[in-house]
Design a protein around this ligand. Structure first.
Ligand code: 1CP
Length: 342
């Protein structure tokens, strides 16, 4: 049996204390992250400098002894590798060249060129496998095709993903061809991460909840399943975590149809519902409100214990319902861990 608690939970085991990690655990709430980030220069320099990307991945493991590390990178590296211009504007988020027509799509580069951009990420994975404590597995990741497409189409983060939904309705052929291209690149990228040493992969569909109900299956589930099937064909035992954020009642369908071993639940999901309808089919991960790491106090302790209790009847990985925010207190993370681990 593995001594890695996260892998045991993903294999379906109900553990007395759930393994814990946090989305965005390497991030701006940590002073040591801010220091390494300043040393790197830009956010993208940090992503593409393997020694520094590995360092920020390791910082929260040293500080909190989390039960998993997540590769430091970003979901938008795949569009960049496909030829989109990408910059991160301080305080404003990402800016990319937009894709709104078949001509824009045709200007993207070929799939077999993406490793020229992404190879530093594989080097980060190799460094991490050498340097992580033996009991801490490494999670590799990528964005799901729909979520990545929302940024490639709009050229930036949007509150409602309207530009992507408009292309979906207005030029379905180009929209679907873009999803196919991202899907193929993502399969290649994740296989390379696994070959370099990632032991689990997570697929972030952060904007799944913006997909209209009638096309959820087509644009969230089908591409997700395609990725899962391709990874499984090469690595039958690889645990995969899906995160169709905002999927609501579709969480259960997502798990059944994609066949993921783990599913990350967002903050809106009621543990009582998920324990009944999702947890019997997959290990659930989540879902503390990240705002509690800003608020702290008794509310944090109580909510943390409620999440642990709510999922104590099956396989569970404790996590947040979304990423920890820059204004969270590092001490509150200790308080949360105490409430989980006792
Ligand atoms: O200045 C900084 O330091 C930038 C902040 C930051 C960080 C720490 C960004 C910009 N990305 C990251 C790292 C990151 N992104 C990780 C690393 C591992 C970890 O979790 O610690 C991961 C897994 C991601 C994934 C990611 N990037 C997602 C999916 C998860 C989610 O949060 O929903 C998304 C949507 C992105 C895009 C992105 N990257 C960064 C920003 C500010 C955004 C959001 C843009 C927007 O929609 O406005």
């Amino acid at each position: 049996m593995s001594d890695k608690l996260l892998l045991r939970a993903l294999a379906g085991e109900t553990l007395p204390t759930p393994p814990v990690w946090m989305m965005r655990q390497a991030g701006r709430y940590l002073p040591e992250y801010r220091a390494t980030r300043a040393q790197a220069g830009s956010f993208l320099d940090l992503c593409y400098t393997p020694e520094l990307a590995a360092e920020v991945t390791l910082q929260p493991i040293r500080k909190y002894a989390f039960d998993a590390a997540i590769l430091f990178a970003d979901i938008l590296l795949v569009p960049q590798a496909l030829g989109a211009d990408l910059t991160f504007v301080q305080g404003e988020g990402p800016r990319l060249s937009t894709i709104t027509s078949a001509d824009d799509l045709a200007r993207l580069g070929p799939l077999d060129a993406i490793d020229e951009v992404l190879s530093p990420v594989y080097e980060t994975v190799r460094i991490l496998r050498r340097e992580l404590p033996p009991e801490v597995p490494l999670i590799g990741f990528a964005g799901a095709p729909w979520t990545v497409a929302t940024y490639m189409i709009a050229g930036r983060g949007t509150p409602d993903q309207a530009p992507a939904r408009r292309l979906m309705y207005g030029d379905t052929t180009t929209f679907e061809a873009l999803l196919d291209k991202i899907t193929a690149a993502t399969i290649h990228y994740l296989l390379k991460q696994v070959e370099a040493g990632a032991e689990v992969v997570k697929i972030f569909d952060s904007w799944a909840g913006a997909l209209p109900g009638p096309v959820f299956e087509k644009y969230a589930i089908a591409p997700g399943k395609k990725i899962v099937d391709a990874l499984r064909a090469e690595h039958p035992d690889l645990p995969i975590i899906g995160f169709p954020r905002g999927a609501g009642g579709n969480y259960a369908t997502f798990v059944e149809q994609t066949g993921v071993q783990g599913v990350a639940l967002d903050t809106s999901v009621d543990p009582a519902w998920a324990a009944k309808h999702v947890q019997p089919h997959a290990c659930v991960q989540g879902n503390l409100d990240p705002l509690l790491l800003v608020q702290g106090g008794e509310a944090l302790t109580k909510a943390t214990k409620d999440v642990v209790k709510g999922f104590s009847g099956g396989a569970h990985i404790f996590n947040l319902g979304h990423g920890i925010t820059p204004d969270a207190s590092p001490d509150n993370v200790h308080r949360m861990l105490e409430a989980v681990r006792g």
